[in-house]
Design a protein around this ligand. Sequence first.
Ligand SMILES: O=C(CO)COP(=O)(O)O
Length: 252
Amino acid sequence: MGRKFFVGGNWKCNGTNEEVKKIVTTLNEAQVPGEHIVEVVVSPPFVFLPLVKSLLRPDFHVAAQNCWVRKGGAFTGEVSAEMLVNLGVPWVILGHSERRQLLNESNEFVGDKVAYALSQGLKVIACVGETLEQREAGSTVAVVAEQTKAIAAKVSNWDNIVLAYEPVWAIGTGKVATPAQAQEVHAELRKWIHSNVSAEVASSVRIIYGGSVNGANCKELAGQPDVDGFLVGGASLKPEFVDIIKSATVKN
Ligand SMILES: O=C(CO)COP(=O)(O)O
């Protein structure tokens, strides 16, 4: 079975009620390839999830940008996986580098979150990626393998995981990875999964790229054999997100 192209829009901590409605209107009016070609998931801040879910076309889906690591309870300010399930939110982004870096989420903590979210029935976009310093030190593959290992240690079924490779140096910087750089790391991740999880998961898991993806650079990236889609930040707030969705290609 081929890997269906996946395009995620991570809105991060952006948007007003009015802006969010405008983005959804643009998406709802867009002519894009069908659901059998591309899976589209947008991720507004928590407070806008019910609004976006209620307005969004039925062939697009929503994701939360985070959730609590275990069952909810006395954890002020957190949102639990159970709550997302209760609201019919099917996806959650976990391990984004902004949370790893700014909120000190460790590899192990991210692994625990992924496992708990899956156990509650959520689908997970799990993010990995190296810093510029790590890339320059030649440790890119070791870093992303270590991050993936912490997830693999806690998870037995990968059917509901999409792995997002997001080099930190490419996020919000306008400095996109070259298609060759993205392909190289995606292929290494797939190889790691082949050796450490299974051949089946390696061939079926979608590995998507994130970091300064826009309407102009998406096509060439989408053409790489191991790039199964995108996780888009800044450009997902703009009409060009539609062009990124249209770059979907059929994989193997
Ligand atoms: O972090 C990202 C998506 O999760 C990428 O952000 P940008 O597309 O703004 O670089």
